[in-house]
Design a binder for this molecule. Sequence first.
Ligand code: HEM
Length: 386
Amino acid sequence: MGHTRCLHTKLTRKYFQRGYALYGFFFFMVAFFAIGTMPFMTNAKASSVRPPANATTNALPDQNSADPQKKQSGGFVPGKTLGNRSQTDLWRQLRRNIKGTVSIPDKKAGVLIQSAGDSWMKFRNNDLYKYSSWGILGMIGALLLFLLVRGRIRIDNGPANIKIERFSKFERTGHWLNAAAFIVLAITGLIMLYGRYLLIPLLGGEVFAMLAGWGKFAHNWGGFVFMLGIVWIFFAWVKDNLLSKDDFGWIIKAGGLFSKGVHPPTRKFNFGEKVVFWVAILGGIAVSVTGLALILPFQIQLLPGDLGIHSMQFAQTWHTIVGVIMIVVIIAHIYLGTVGMQGSFKNMITGQADRNWALQHHSLWVEELENKDEKQGAADARQPAE
Ligand code: HEM
């Protein structure tokens, strides 16, 4: 035993002395790392971004090749234009209102591009603007020409100075309420339509901003007064504005507007006045509904489904088209109610019409009134005196 331990000690000392243990340790470590990292080395080679030598690539095709298939391979088309590998399909879908899903509460955000907005803006800033100007200026021009050629429509036999009740207080209050609201709406509406192009260069941005701000306030609230006025005149005058057979005679003679001394017989309102009435009522309903949809966007939606923004564009377009048609018609109405026809304005202020004016323009109505009066007189005469 003592011999063996002695030999072991001797050997160990000998190797350590020579540094063999240290060399062995390093050798072991290098071998361990070499074997351990071998699998990673293989993987790294496999996931290289470089394609294998035999892979087909998406690189641009050979533009100079005589073979058209080679020229167009990989989804590319000749001439360096975008082929079916481009994003055009995606963009096309986006321009066609493709809707994605979003997790935020506003689901409208799922539509990235609302392309109808482009067409709407183009229509609003070009066509609507242009045709509205033509309509309004055209009507003013036509009325000026009419005044020049035809002159003021006078009472042929002069005033009789005998008064007939034409409009009650109820009728006149409804008319002027409606007229006042309409004038405010028309002016403020036109400021909104033309302000940006006409008024900003004239007044400057700041003055325009103040005007437009107040205008919008007046427009929104004036709308409710106008709605009340529309309901009012509807109940006051609907029974006198239903079509009757004397309207045909009026239409055939164009109301005698273009020939002096021609006065087709009519009842309380002639066909032209009935047109004004129905434009006011039906147009009034249309601008009220579309106007309310604009004041309460997304709460009042005129189009079905989830077409919220589209619905607002629809409301804005029709609100302006109908509004402008009404303005054009009312310009003609205001002309005939003031400068264009002698005696007319007084009727609506005092409620009393001159008998000669009434006979000239509404002979059947005068006849009706006088027959009624006669019958009433006869009935009164038959009543025994108390
Ligand atoms: C400053 C503006 C206005 C003036 C000076 C005016 C003037 C008149 C006059 C004088 C009459 C009576 C005609 C007659 O005796 O037969 C009348 C009637 C009438 N007005 Fe006006 N008006 C104005 C605004 C409006 C507006 C804005 C509306 C509707 C939106 C309107 C709707 C009517 C209707 C429906 C009648 C009864 C039928 C008719 O005469 O056409 N008016 N207006």
